[in-house]
Design a protein around this ligand. Sequence first.
Ligand code: GLU
Length: 531
Amino acid sequence: MNKVRVRFAPSPTGFLHVGGLRTALYDYLYARKTGGDFVLKIEDTDRKRFVEGAVENLIKSLDFLGLERDEGVFMKDVASEFENEKIVDSKNYPGIIEVGEYGPYIQSEKLEVYKKYAEQLVKDGHAYYCFCEPERLEEMRKEQQARKSPPLYDQYCLRNVTPEEVNKKLKENCLYTIRLKIPKDETIEFEDMVRGKVKFDTNLVDDQVLLKSDGFPTYHLANVVDDHDMKITYIIRGEEWLSSAPKHLLLYRYFGWEAPRFAHLPLLLNTDRSKLSKRQGDVAVEDYIKKGYLKEAIINFVAFLGWNPGGGETQEIFTLEELADRFDFAHVHKGGAVFDLKKLDWINSQWIKRISLEELYSRSLEFWKEKEFYKEWIARYETRNMKHEAQEAENYIKKVLEVERERLQKLSEVGESNRFFFAEKLNYDKKLLSWKDMPDEELRQSLARSAEIMENIPKGDWTRENLEKELMAACEKYYKTQDGKINRGSLLWPLRAALTGEQKSPSPFEVAWVLGKEESLKRINKATELK
Ligand code: GLU
């Protein structure tokens, strides 16, 4: 058996989007699962749609997400990781290197190769020169539309231009394309790893342009030539390429090359089952990161867009390694995969709970820094000019995160629903403090009890557990009703309200723990003074 070799072959027409990521991820998973190679090549023959910076963005996004490749294009700064491999600088993209023996891995760098192959096909009678001008093709298309016949090239040049005329036109430097000659009345059949047996009637396949008049190959020719050059064994790509497969298979046949196997992945759909498009919502992976989704969650979510572990598995949270272990094509489905943002939010909330506090802190820092309440708080903190202020601020944020991570869906939400942690002064109405319209005297007593309990907890024992233990004991002691029920609200509501100034918040134990002894007592004191 040949070694499995898969490739991700993006066109730099935009930044990495969710569909592209899904393809790259399945490539990665399949390569890891089978001990194969994962190659990154760049299909940049469509110069009209080329987007500046897209190649670099694609590489960096894959790096960021941890989808490591074995071969192909890389940023120059990782060159030292490939000691024993052939490395060349990309001719067309400064800062990018190509690693491996089957390059160039960038199509715009091997135009001569494609041209040679296109001419070879003409010589062998599998392709032909076409001199039709755009106006004629346009005319032809309009007629076809009117007749409602399939939009196929009418083979005018194949039938009407003699070899002598071809030579003459070439000598005169007439503009030309080279078209693939599709055989008539044939069925092209192949076994797709996702869709099973797929058949195409060649009478409905167009005589595809292989070489354009600007000398650039089309995607179809370049794709086949370099997948062959790179010894690719499995082509994993989106369903939108399925109709290209018969053209590609014919090319493999005409060149006398063994064709790789194909896996066409299901379309991505919106929740209303319409096709997921760039216009409907942002689908660039970078945008999701900017919105506060974790890379682990994005990977986890995208893996399930068209695949599941099968076998009645109920586990939904998987690391990249676990996915590589479980992935197979038997469980990739044919039907469209619905892109459900709610599901992504849920998976993200699960991952926020899973990563270490250290990670959560460092990854959320950029989001904190954008927020006004944080900026004001940290400025006050810094003017205190304490020796350990930076460390203290960090510890404080980590405590807030420990309390918040249970409820957070996105990193961008940090602190938002708990701004009272950062307020210099709380602003609330005295009425908020009172539990079930308790009279003033009772309220005062309740707050005094909380304060007393807290005074008695030494700073070193200021933990959530101790606060809960002591305060719950007090509830039992002071607020047990005659029928044996404990009226916790009488102690805990005024305390929580005094600490937060809010209707809703985490428990008073958690809040007091984060605020610390001094600030908690200060806030209780302020509450007592409210008129
Ligand atoms: N360049 C194509 C794309 O952008 C790749 C298709 C393929 O994998 O063959 O999707």
